[in-house]
Ligand binder design. Structure first.
Ligand SMILES: NC(=O)c1ccc[n+]([C@@H]2O[C@H](COP(=O)([O-])OP(=O)(O)OC[C@H]3O[C@@H](n4cnc5c(N)ncnc54)[C@H](OP(=O)(O)O)[C@@H]3O)[C@@H](O)[C@H]2O)c1
Length: 403
């Protein structure tokens, strides 16, 4: 199923029209809500497409799963559903920014809560949140909010919990974008009060992407989950909030499965694994006398610019078929060798996630006073590796290169 479906296209072109016409910082109840409403009302009510849109059970390689879709929540319904609510976005990092602005542009009543005077306070003001009106210190925002969206860093969710917990009173809803704090409660000590709904909407991408896809009239894929359902409406609320913050499709999961798969994936193929694999391949090429440009092109540039987009477009066999028969033969032979070599590493990694080792490391590291500088130092070391220095020159030769 492609996101470039008809309603999405309608929304996209409406959004494009507006981005030309509207100011950068939109006022409350801003232009996107108007646009989105216009686009949704342009969608044919009973076409072949419409009849298969909305909640659906889909067959994922033989397993049936329920998928929730934005089209079941036209903006008028969404705004009506949350008309008595105040969404309090607590924390204004990449998710606070993306989710907060999207919900605001969808016409929902949103406020932001962050530490006064910190870098997030400044960033929120730059995005048009007004101190005393829509921007408050954390505790005040929680007191004013009915849906408390805890988007502090995972380490901060743990360290601030003793202050925050007493403010999450009966009738409020507690929302997370990661299962981390609740699932690893022995380490985080985040134990939600028993009389509130506790839900999760976890966008499968950075908060910046949450925002850019929304602005393009598309929507990010998100996981949704319910940890505690006091009102009997927790799942419905999670789906509605998923739409509110800019999701296109929502996949149901549990807090546990969300956090295990997320920590595992980012340490594996998404980030840690790919850096390790790129570097190992590059080093062997260099050790055998290949130049930096040749080693980089054959390891990273061809992967990211040519082959991986083909996998994204139509799958692995499609990418294989786009390559020479020589390449296909060799790749078919070597894929199982890599699978066998990597399987024990992935098993070890999953166990390290599940038994909380990864969580404890992340909490310890990210609670240090110097965590930003310490992370920056290690990332600088990566940036200075020969492979990535060679990459800068290779990229500079791209026709569409921007410094
Ligand atoms: N980023 C992603 O790609 C992504 C994707 C899906 C889900 N998530 C989840 O979404 C949540 C938010 O993640 P994020 O990446 O947007 O946030 P983040 O960048 O990790 O955290 C940013 C916020 O935490 C605040 N903060 C940090 N330490 C604090 C402290 N001791 N007291 C008070 N505030 C503190 C920062 O405020 P100051 O500026 O004042 O320090 C900032 O507003 C997390 O649960 C994360 O796992 C993230």
């Amino acid at each position: 199923m492609s996101f470039a479906s008809r309603p999405a296209q309608a929304l996209r072109s409406a959004s494009r029209r507006a981005s030309r016409a509207s100011p950068k910082v939109a006022p409350k109840q801003a232009s996107y809500s108007v646009l989105a409403r216009a686009a949704v009302s342009n969608v044919p009510r009973r076409s072949t497409v419409a009849s298969v849109r909305g909640i659906k059970t889909l067959d994922f390689a033989g397993t049936k799963e329920v998928v929730y879709e934005r089209s079941d929540w036209p903006l008028s319904k969404l705004q009506d559903y949350f008309k008595n609510d105040t969404l309090a976005i607590i924390g204004y990092g990449s998710q606070g920014h993306g989710q907060g602005l999207n919900a605001r542009d969808n016409g929902l009543n949103v406020i932001v809560g962050v530490r006064e005077g910190g870098s997030s306070w400044k960033a929120a003001q730059e995005d048009g949140w007004v101190p005393g009106e829509t921007l408050f210190p954390i505790e005040e925002a929680i007191n004013r909010g009915t849906i408390i969206m805890n988007l502090l860093s995972d380490a901060a969710q743990s360290s601030t919990w003793p202050t925050i917990a007493p403010l999450i009173t009966k009738g409020k809803t507690l929302y997370f974008s990661h299962g981390f704090s609740v699932v690893y409660k022995e380490d985080t000590h985040v134990i939600p009060p028993s009389d509130v709904d506790v839900i999760l909407v976890a966008p499968k991408g950075s908060g910046r992407t949450v925002r850019t896809l929304f602005k393009e009239g598309r929507g990010i894929n998100s996981s949704i989950a319910v940890f505690q359902d006091v009102t009997g409406k927790a799942k419905e609320k999670a789906v509605a909030l998923g739409v509110g913050i800019g999701s296109g499709y929502m996949y149901e999961t549990t807090f546990g499965k969300e956090v295990y798969s997320d920590l595992y994936g980012e340490r594996g193929v998404l980030m840690g694994g790919i850096q390790g694999m790129f570097l190992a391949q590059y080093k062997v090429l260099r050790a055998n006398g290949h130049s930096p440009s040749e080693a980089f092109n054959e390891t990273v540039e061809e992967a990211t610019q040519s082959l991986y987009p083909l996998i994204g477009e139509k799958g692995m066999d499609y990418m294989y078929n786009a390559c020479s028969t020589t390449a296909r033969r060799g790749a078919l032979d070597w894929a199982p060798v890599f699978e066998k070599a990597n399987l024990p590493i992935f098993e070890k990694l999953y166990e390290s996630v599940k038994n909380g080792t990864e969580t404890r490391k992340a909490l310890e590291f990210n609670s240090r006073k110097t965590y930003r500088e310490d992370l920056a130092k290690e990332l600088k070391e990566i940036d200075e590796q020969e492979i990535w220095r060679a990459g800068k020159t290779v990229r500079s030769l791209r026709p569409d290169y921007k410094a």
